[in-house]
Design a protein around this ligand. Structure first.
Ligand SMILES: [Zn+2]
Length: 475
């Protein structure tokens, strides 16, 4: 089997107009979800038309607004020898024996290979300048953390480089990285600011993220990580963030999630809570880096506060993970109750636990106990944490492979954690699943069994990435 030439994007072909008819046309095959995906609240460009033939379709299924959590996490739908028709960038039909509706519509012959939803990377710091190669080489030669700091390494070296970079150069570097991720199957990515540590540079980063997103076929979600670290030269740093940076972010990026790094030497629980309460009052959802090295009670505080996610969890105790699981179960029950009363937006949810195993791989071989969290009924997301210091990998397949070996998820759970659950966390009801009405974001693997995604390590496993109905990357 070869990828048909017609499936490779033709830059001379004008984009297809947005579908004006209902995306919920008659299906010739089995329906893949309990209900079609609702439209995304996030704007997207009009997309392409494409017919994918003879794929092994593997997808999470279920309520687009709810996590698959606890024992549901690994439940996937599998459909062999199945075709997927995309119109105007949206999945229009999933069935068997579909024919091209008109000449010129590209056809991607899958030859029975595995077709997955496009990957959603829900935690990255992919906007940076400079590099940390010297520091890494010194660490590999046995230098201590203190020696690295004294030599000018650590996050503050990235902060210096980002402050010195122009907005355009940050955007250009980020776009190049986004295209690396696209080649690895990522079609939606969250990117945090946080290397500015002053108002002007945080805004510059958020503008660069927005600019890079405008030039990328995938979807980019900015997060204002204004509590990432602290500037040692500004004694009242937290007050500066509260009184200056947060209001400025609110004016220019209303509604964007606000994030902080709760750790010894970074932000305390109390400082995080001050920032988060102010952010919530201004209409910003909050996420938090918690328990990477030290368990400080931030997970419990985040549950209490209604944070969207707690990310890292390497140092979390089994009691903390049980509490997080219980909160997710309560959130799901509350959500189901609210949904039964009628429409009205997304239901409340307990915080998701975001596992970032590339950090453990790169730094210290410590990993969150994802198994305990799932067994406690929790909602898990797996992400790369892509950044130059602690997680230098854009690869969701690699993160998922680590999640199975180190966070003890099953291959099916890891797949849900990088698709549907990550999409729920970022607020996209129209992706993370292969079903009618969902956005045409898909990954065709060079594999005939979906477990290969997490079994294989380092192989060029992505045969084609489809984004908004267009083949944007084909090997
Ligand atoms: Zn992070």
């Amino acid at each position: 089997m070869t990828l048909t030439a017609s499936a490779v994007p033709d830059p001379t072909r004008p984009p297809a107009p947005p579908s004006t008819g209902s995306p919920l046309g008659p299906s010739l095959g089995p329906s893949l979800g309990p209900s079609p995906a609702p439209p995304s609240p996030h704007p997207s460009r009009s997309g392409g038309d494409l017919l994918i033939r003879d794929a092994r379709v593997v997808t999470p299924a279920g309520d687009p607004w709810r996590y698959l959590q606890g024992s549901e996490t690994g439940k996937l739908r599998l459909l062999g020898n199945t075709d997927v028709r995309i119109r105007g960038g949206q999945i229009f039909e999933v069935g068997r024996g579909l024919k091209p509706e008109e000449a010129g519509v590209p056809v991607l012959e899958a030859g029975g290979r595995v077709l997955l939803p496009g990957f959603v990377d829900a935690h990255t710091h992919a906007c940076w300048a400079g590099d940390r190669l010297e520091e890494w080489a010194a660490r590999m030669s046995g230098a201590s953390y203190q020696e690295l700091l004294e030599a000018g390494g650590g996050i503050l070296s990235t902060v210096q480089a980002v402050r010195a970079a122009s907005e355009a150069s940050l955007a250009e570097a980020l776009l190049a990285r986004l295209n690396q991720a696209l080649a690895l199957g990522t079609t939606t990515m969250e990117v945090k600011s946080g290397y500015g540590l002053d108002t002007e540079t945080e805004l510059k980063m958020l503008r660069a993220i927005r600019a890079a997103g405008a030039g990328w076929p995938g979807s980019l979600v900015p997060t204002a990580c204004i509590g990432h670290a602290r500037d040692p030269h500004v004694p009242a740093f937290v007050t500066q963030v509260m009184e200056e940076t947060l209001p400025a972010v609110n004016r220019e990026f209303p509604g964007v999630a606000v994030d902080a790094y709760c750790e010894v030497g970074a932000w305390s629980v109390e400082e995080c809570l001050r920032l988060f309460r102010a952010a919530l009052a201004l209409g910003h959802p909050v996420r938090v880096h918690a328990d990477q090295f030290t368990s400080m009670g931030m997970v419990e505080a985040a549950i209490e506060l209604g944070a969207q996610s707690v990310d890292h969890l390497e140092a979390s105790s089994s009691e903390t993970l049980s509490r997080l699981g219980a909160a997710a179960r309560r959130g799901a029950r509350r959500g189901a109750r609210d949904r039964s009363r009628g429409p009205g937006g997304p239901p409340p949810r307990g915080p998701a636990g975001v596992l970032l195993p590339v950090s453990g791989f790169h730094l210290d071989d410590r990993y969150a106990d994802g198994r305990a969290l799932v067994d406690a009924g929790g909602a898990v997301v797996v992400a790369t944490n892509w950044n130059p210091g602690s997680a230098p990998s854009p690869s969701i397949p690699f993160a998922a492979a680590l999640a199975v070996r180190k966070n003890r998820l099953t291959p099916s759970e890891a797949l849900t954690a990088v698709t549907h659950n990550a999409a729920v966390l970022l607020g996209f009801p129209d992706r993370g699943r292969i079903e009618e009405g969902a956005r045409g974001d898909l990954v065709l693997l060079e594999a005939w069994d979906e477990r290969e995604l997490t079994h294989s390590v380092g192989a060029p496993l992505v045969r084609a990435t489809v984004c908004g109905g267009r083949v944007v990357q084909a090997s």
